[in-house]
Design a protein. Structure first.
Length: 123
């Protein structure tokens, strides 16, 4: 049986160094995979081809969807003053000191309720 999986740009990491990941799928599932212009052609037994196509379809779907942003974590109890809320957050970029001014009323009201360890979305 033959099956085809449509691929898009940015899928190079699937192949791995010297196509080791594709070879691993081929040997583990006893199939043959060929790269065409915009798809991968899978050849082998029906059940093996279906399983390999499912794995590759899942990988392609994961590479298309953007990764959801993770919330930041409050590392220390925020300092609340009349002027602003100052909090030390652990973000994807590293540890940052965030200041939420009182003039940003909605964000300030939320930041006043932050506690140590909370997962928060930066304003």
């Amino acid at each position: 049986m033959k099956a085809s999986v449509q691929i898009s740009r940015g899928i190079e990491s699937l192949f791995g160094t010297r196509d080791e990941n594709i070879r691993l799928i081929e040997s583990g599932l006893n199939v043959r995979i060929r790269l065409l212009n915009d798809s991968l052609e899978i050849e082998g037994e029906d059940a093996d081809v279906a399983r390999a196509a499912g794995i590759l379809d899942d990988y392609v779907a994961l590479t298309r969807d953007p990764v959801a942003a993770r919330p930041s974590r409050v590392l220390a109890q925020p300092t609340v003053s009349k002027v602003e809320v100052t909090a030390k957050l652990c973000t994807e970029a590293g540890v940052t000191l965030v200041r939420v001014p009182r003039r940003a009323k909605a964000h300030y009201a939320l930041a006043r309720r932050w506690c140590w360890g909370d997962a928060v979305v930066e304003p």
